[in-house]
Design a protein around this ligand. Structure first.
Ligand code: ADP
Length: 340
């Protein structure tokens, strides 16, 4: 049992406890017959016990050594004689059962969700405010006929940004919940890389960036739609954060039982201290460059989730002013299950 457990009497004397309770509360010698106060003196802990001693179920949260615990305290009631029609009072409480559960991860996840919701609202509000502003001045007849195409274009661009953003949020939540995901199948990474370069051809040409794909057919077991998205995001970044005349080299090869996908660019690079943060949701090194190129700040978090979903290892090497190389090492698909 991973939960810490104490049973105390109505005077708070410890009658019994388990090994997890010793670990959680850092108990290193026998505390049987001692007062529960010797275990933890925090106000919340005592409050949970006080409530239970008054006959009420109670729940409190306490923090110890960077861990967060939920304390559940339940009164233990003296069985009453049903023939004597008496009602239960505080005097019937003979003790309390206390459970301590480690909820650190759950709390961190909730905190993460709260921050994500706040960020999403902010990111949605910005383009919507522009759309509403442009539409309002057009509606009030404050725009000259010549300027209408310009204003309509702005409205179109901002609404496109919203569509892309909402699309990315949906993809992330599908990966988070692992719901509505199609079945795994054998997927050829080289084919996906070639497809991604075709989609990016136009934008690479505009920025005079040459893109090449090399390697062997690395076949892995995965979800095509997610892998397509992952490779596209990596290649798109390699083009977006590149310099005019730069290159993007995509490689797929099998080495040591792994299918390695590498996306290497000669672009602006990422400062060392920000390299681990770029996988966070909405984190951007240069906010305006990202926004100008239609970035949502979610591309690499989708990549990170997609890699984890496929048990792949993700590494990023980058030197500012020289370029970036992202490697995804997937377990190779041996097809043995389907071989017969
Ligand atoms: P975005 O939509 O802003 O591109 P991403 O999650 O894909 O969001 O990337 C997060 C940030 O990491 C980007 O805003 C950019 O600052 C940085 N970044 C990502 N890929 C590269 C790259 N290949 N070269 C330089 N910077 C990059």
């Amino acid at each position: 049992m991973s939960e810490g457990l104490f049973v105390i009497d109505r005077n708070r004397t410890i009658l019994s406890y388990n090994h997890s309770a010793m670990q959680i509360f850092g108990i290193d010698s026998d505390v049987k017959h001692q007062n529960l106060l010797t275990v933890n003196r925090s106000i919340q802990f005592q409050k949970a016990i006080d409530e239970a001693l008054c006959g009420r179920h109670s729940s409190e949260t306490i923090t110890m050594d960077d861990h967060c615990y939920q304390i559940l305290a339940n009164p233990v009631v003296q069985p009453t004689d049903s023939s004597t029609n008496s009602t239960q009072g505080e005097e019937d409480i003979i003790g309390v059962v206390i459970l301590a559960m480690d909820i650190t991860e759950r709390e961190a996840r909730e905190q993460y969700r709260r921050e994500f919701s706040a960020n999403v609202s902010h990111e949605l509000k910005t383009p919507l405010t522009s759309i509403s502003g442009f539409a309002e001045i057009m509606m009030n007849g404050l725009v000259r006929a010549d300027d209408i195409p310009h204003f309509s274009k702005k409205i179109y661009q901002e609404s496109q940004r919203l569509i892309v953003l909402i699309g990315d949020i949906i993809k992330l939540s599908q990966l988070d919940e692992q719901s509505e995901l199609p079945e795994m199948e054998a997927v050829n990474l080289l084919e996906l890389a070639q497809h991604a370069t075709e989609l990016l051809e136009e934008s690479a040409k505009q920025h005079t960036i040459s893109v090449s794909v090399q390697g062997d057919a690395g076949v892995i077991e995965g979800i095509r739609q997610i892998l397509e998205e992952m490779i596209y995001n990596l290649c798109e970044n390699a083009v977006k954060y590149n310099i005019p005349g730069g290159t993007v080299d995509i490689g797929v090869d099998a080495r040591k039982g792994k299918a390695l996908l590498t996306v290497r660019d000669t672009g602006i690079g990422i400062p060392k201290e920000q390299q681990s943060r770029v996988f966070e949701r909405f984190y951007r090194v240069d906010k305006s460059r990202s926004k100008d190129s239609g970035g949502t700040g979610l591309g690499l978090s989708i990549v990170k989730h997609a890699a984890a979903y496929h048990n792949a290892e993700l590494t990023l090497e980058s030197v500012p002013g020289k370029g970036t190389c992202v490697t995804v090492a997937f377990p190779l698909y041996d097809g043995s299950e389907n071989a017969e």
